[in-house]
Write a protein that binds this ligand. Structure first.
Ligand SMILES: NC(=O)c1ccc[n+]([C@@H]2O[C@H](COP(=O)([O-])OP(=O)(O)OC[C@H]3O[C@@H](n4cnc5c(N)ncnc54)[C@H](OP(=O)(O)O)[C@@H]3O)[C@@H](O)[C@H]2O)c1
Length: 232
């Protein structure tokens, strides 16, 4: 994740005068050989992150009269062996294709739904050949999601890719063992943007997560921070 000096992950701080090549450093850390997640087999993103960066709040073209789809998960075999796991509890994202491109990374889209997603949305995904797993009834069951994804796609680890709501929901449950942050020397005045870890009003305010510094690498005025997390 990139982060401002006041812990935000969205905003004008990216344009800070001394940000230098923070964007490239972020991409290296997350996606390139020698980065923090080499090899990056797949990454998870929250619904807002996907809408802001890939699906742009397009409404899915749903057929409300679609025949009832079979119960359970839908896995498309032999897809591109790098995955974008899209946490979309209600089934809202208007995908146009089952692949996405991010810089020079190509990834196969996989949706992670709950039982709140409609039959019409699941039929829409099937029609687009987009794999999905169902993890949770009303709210996301994050451990189940990880277990299903690692088994279905034969993964060794998954990168938690933000935004802040998704990050906190996994970290508070002890599902993350390392954090990698590109700290940008800038702050902006937006009061509405999410923090690196963004609890919801329903979250326990006393929950505490502990971090241990693994490395701090300055690159100009930007710092690449890596922490391990004590989940015990
Ligand atoms: N600086 C960086 O490196 C970086 C990296 C990634 C993203 N971002 C930015 O972060 C922003 C979005 O962050 P955000 O914190 O507002 O949103 P987010 O975490 O991307 O998405 C939140 C949404 O995801 C769904 N969701 C995720 N986890 C869930 C859980 N455990 N339980 C229930 N629902 C869950 C919900 O969707 P529904 O509302 O549909 O139920 C929720 O509203 C974007 O603008 C993105 O560009 C920045």
């Amino acid at each position: 994740m990139t982060m401002s000096l006041n812990g935000k992950i969205v905003g004008k701080y990216h344009q800070a005068k001394n940000a230098g090549d923070a964007g490239e450093l972020f991409y290296h850390a997350a996606f390139e050989p020698g980065g923090a997640f080499d090899p990056n087999e797949g990454w998870l993103s929250g619904r807002k992150t996907t809408d802001d960066n890939f699906t742009f709040y397009k409404q899915p073209d749903l057929d409300k009269t679609a025949a009832r789809v079979p119960d359970g998960d839908f896995i498309v075999p032999n897809t591109h062996p790098k995955y974008y796991f899209s946490i979309d509890p209600h089934g809202r994202l208007g995908w146009e294709s089952n692949q996405l491109h991010y810089n020079d990374t190509t990834a196969t889209v996989v949706e992670v739904l709950t039982n709140q997603a409609s039959n019409a949305y699941k039929a829409f995904l099937r029609q687009k050949q987009i794999s999905y797993v169902i993890a949770g009834d009303k709210i996301l069951d994050a451990p189940l999601a990880i277990s299903k994804l690692t088994k279905a796609f034969n993964l060794h680890r998954i990168m938690l890719g933000g935004g802040g709501v998704l990050n906190w929901s996994f970290i508070k449950q002890g599902l993350c063992d390392e954090v990698s942050i590109v700290l940008i020397p800038g702050v902006d005045g937006d009061s509405q943007t999410p923090a690196l870890f963004q609890p919801l009003p329903t979250d326990d305010p006393d929950k505490l997560v502990n971090f241990t510094l693994k490395s701090a690498t300055p690159v100009g005025d930007t710092v690449w921070l890596r922490y391990s997390i004590s989940n015990s």
